[in-house]
Design a protein around this ligand. Structure first.
Ligand code: GLU
Length: 370
């Protein structure tokens, strides 16, 4: 074998090794969407993530723990403008027919372009992840994005382009107009509503904690002196920063999958994020468990909600009439998805078989999206 062929073969081997390594790392966070989800990760009761009352919690903290500043100073679930955090624009009624969007609307611009641009999480099964067998993105959020595409174009074929976003990138990506919508386990918060528009809630998630099975941890307080991972820019990280002191050391990483890799490498001792994201991780790693009530004591009062209501995010362009029209359209899609049984199918496909049945946010709230 001459030196040139050896060099070429060496380069080819390095390339194959790099690809295999990339796939292995990515699959750590992506490959097991079909695996059973652990029952501990099921949605919190009553369709809200409000923890059960813990007598004396927060009102009588132990002397060694300081009481932190409240997250909100207004009534729970209400933003500074007096509106509920979940409130959104009324769904469009009637809805425009596919392919026939009102002239001049954001939807008409999407039709003219020929495809919908969607920001999505690619490493959070069962909400958004890459199926490496089919080489397709899949999950609850992917199916919601497809419903919006179908209502715009009458089909999804060739009409949807996904862009992977990390937790922290979501706000800038939509604000720059790089995508039309973000469907990426994104919690509706008052702070975010100052910069973006949100649909009504399409999934009620809640903050939970993943630990090694039989590690002896049941509450976040047990992790003082240990390291807890969360994603940069996430609501989970913001809530962890508000824990009473002494608190666990926080490690912020770019992606949920990075937290799982760090956890499996022994670099962190727990992961805090949304119940469904943790459910996806626990399905991939039999040596883990999702603690059902880790934050009840530390965050469980009305000013420290565990709720993580997901909404579709859209850009705030400065043209309120046009922005309202787009939000009303997306809410019309979500309303139809929730009323017509499609939400239930999507839920059952990705979560229901293992987590048990639950009603859609619309079925639980007659005033949805308010
Ligand atoms: N629901 C969380 C948020 O919107 C996402 C958490 C995560 O991506 O880790 O911040």
């Amino acid at each position: 074998m001459n030196a040139r062929i050896r060099r070429r073969r060496g380069a080819a081997c390095r390339w194959v090794a790099a690809v295999l390594l990339g796939i292995t790392v990515a699959m750590t966070g992506c490959a097991t969407t079909g695996s059973p989800l652990p029952p501990e990760a099921k949605p919190l009761s009553n369709g809200t993530s409000q923890p059960s009352a813990v007598p004396g919690a927060m009102t009588a903290p132990s002397p060694s723990r300081t009481t932190p500043t409240p997250i909100r100073t207004v009534a729970p679930g209400t933003c500074a403008d007096g509106q509920p955090v979940r409130a959104s624009v009324d769904p469009a009624n009637p809805m425009p027919a596919p392919g026939q969007m009102p002239p001049g609307s954001a939807m008409a611009a999407i039709l003219d372009r020929g495809y919908l641009r969607v920001g999505i999480t690619t490493d959070s099964p069962p909400f958004g992840s890459m199926n490496w067998r089919k080489l397709e993105l899949e999950g609850f959020d992917v199916d919601i994005a497809k419903e919006i595409t179908k209502t715009l174009f009458g089909t999804t074929d060739g009409r949807i382009r996904f862009q992977a976003v990390t937790t922290d990138e979501r706000i800038n990506t939509i604000s720059r107009g790089d995508v039309d919508i973000i469907v990426a386990t994104m919690t509706i918060t008052c702070e975010r509503k100052q910069k973006l528009r949100f649909s009504g809630v399409y999934y009620e998630s809640g903050l939970r904690l993943l630990v090694r099975r039989n590690a002896g941890f049941t509450r976040i307080e047990d992790l003082v002196g240990f390291r807890v991972c969360s994603t940069t820019g996430s609501t989970s990280l913001a809530k962890l920063k508000n824990l009473p002191q002494p608190a666990p050391a926080l490690v912020a990483l770019e992606r949920a999958a990075n937290c799982l890799v760090a956890f499996q490498a022994g670099q962190v001792d727990a992961i805090a994020t949304d119940d469904v994201i943790l459910a996806g991780m626990a399905a991939q790693d039999p040596y883990t468990e999702v603690l059902p009530a880790a934050f009840d004591h530390a965050l469980g009062n009305e000013l420290r909600t565990l709720e993580e209501p997901y909404g579709v995010a859209m850009r705030m362009t400065g043209n309120t009439v046009s922005d309202d029209q787009f939000v009303a359209f997306v809410n019309g899609v979500l309303r139809n998805v929730m009323q017509g049984g499609r939400w239930k199918q999507i839920y059952d496909r990705w979560l229901g078989a293992e987590l048990g049945s639950t009603d859609s946010p619309l079925a639980k709230n007659a005033n949805w999206p308010h």
